[in-house]
Design a protein around this ligand. Structure first.
Ligand SMILES: [Zn+2]
Ligand SMILES: [Zn+2]
Length: 393
């Protein structure tokens, strides 16, 4: 509990930094001012090794311990905001129209900065902390970019950790889970090409709308009839565009949607089945169809057993075992920290943001126009990262 108490002394300055980032949000790969502030603060805290060579606006900072050899741990925070118009009215609301820190990455950045401040001041740990301030988590490829730019070759990690705040979990409580904790996410697009013509003479046309609706039905059957109910899988068709008028059959139909699952095997199987469904349904009626996947997809976020246990120990030492859930439910949202976990063992977990709700009593969740990071958990998150280092072997 000592670490937490020491960090709490810095709460006023932590709040100041967190709210400043909140007021001036920046979208993925545009976090130049946030990046500059992170670098400036790290220098002020006495961190000697700072590297800005990754993913446009990424920052890596290395803090070696003074107790000799030990593992090198990656501690990661994301820095980007979302293209959402904020509806809060407090002073630190976004100054930038249409851009908002609605996912709490302002808080994540601040928690990691204060872990850096504490670790730079108290180097009583083994091994090395590699702090990763990552841009562009919100579906625009920040983690992939950092990895492509060679962050893991330049700074080989034994394990890596990240924390996301979560509305609905009590303030300052922790939640972890071994195995997959967040889903894979793939966007898919289907284009069906037929032959347009008079709606009164359908036999002279090839109707893409008919094929689109059959594919739509087929997708429901794939999920319910061809996959085990014990393996979470969601396929949602979210768009269908076809036709311009009531008396002509269109030439093309376009559909798109999203696939979420916790297992790479299920993901691969579903994609293969979807491709067969699309091609064979179109063929059956003499049309052509093509399935394509979005450029940006995320694998499932899969925690490794040893690192989950170490994460639970670290959280226990900060808030006590009664406030740490080691077996939370997985979420079918996705997270690009999954790319780090594909390469190295580690643990992604949640820290409770509390239960703030709207006037109607609905929980204000992530990506909500009235969301705000809960400042009270800043020292708790920072203390968790510090504890991971203090227990490092
Ligand atoms: Zn988000
Ligand atoms: Zn987020």
């Amino acid at each position: 509990m000592d670490t937490l108490q020491s960090l709490k002394k810095w709460l006023p300055e932590m709040i100041d930094i967190r709210r400043t980032i909140h007021r001036y949000p920046e979208l993925g790969f545009e976090e130049f001012n946030t990046r500059n502030m992170v670098v400036e603060k790290l220098k002020e805290y006495g961190v000697e090794q700072i590297d800005t060579d990754f993913a446009e606006t990424g920052v890596v900072a290395v803090i070696p311990g003074s107790l000799g050899a030990g593992k090198t741990l990656g501690l990661r925070a994301d820095m980007d905001a979302l293209p959402i118009q904020e509806e809060n009215e407090f002073f630190h609301r976004s100054c930038k129209a249409g851009t908002m820190h609605a996912c709490g990455h302002d808080g994540h950045t601040t928690m990691l900065l204060y872990a850096a401040k504490f670790l730079a001041e108290h180097r009583t740990f083994k091994g090395k902390a590699v702090l990763i301030f990552q841009p562009a988590e919100e579906g625009v490829g920040g983690a992939e970019s950092m990895i492509q730019d060679g962050v893991l070759e330049k700074y080989p990690l034994d394990a890596c950790y990240a924390l996301h705040n979560m509305p609905g979990i009590p303030e300052g409580h922790f939640a972890f889970k071994g195995g997959a904790i967040m889903a894979s996410s793939d966007r898919f697009f289907v284009e069906i090409v037929g032959k347009s013509g008079h709606a009164g003479l359908p036999h002279n046309t090839l109707d893409p709308l008919l094929v689109a609706t059959q594919i739509y039905q087929g997708i429901q059957a794939l999920v319910s009839r061809m996959h085990s109910p014990f393996e979470p899988l969601v396929v949602s068709v979210t768009q269908l565009h076809c036709g311009e008028t009531n008396n002509a059959i269109a030439e093309k139909a376009r559909m798109s949607g999203t696939i979420r699952t916790l297992s790479q095997t299920v993901r691969n199987k579903l994609i293969e089945q979807l491709e067969n469904l699309v091609n064979n349904t179109a063929n059956a009626y003499g049309l052509r169809a093509k399935l394509s996947l979005g450029a940006i997809s995320h694998p499932a976020t899969v925690n490794s057993t040893l690192e989950v246990n170490l994460a639970i120990n670290a959280a226990n030492s900060v808030v006590g075992t009664e406030n740490v859930n080691g077996e939370c439910e997985a979420l079918l949202a996705s997270e690009d920290f999954s790319y780090f976990l594909e390469k190295i063992p580690g643990c992604y977990g949640f820290v409770g943001n509390g239960h703030k709700s709207t006037e109607e009593g609905n929980l204000i969740g992530l990506h909500h126009k009235k969301y705000d990071f809960n400042d009270e958990i800043l020292p708790v998150g920072a203390a968790y990262f510090v504890s991971l280092m203090m227990q490092n072997e």
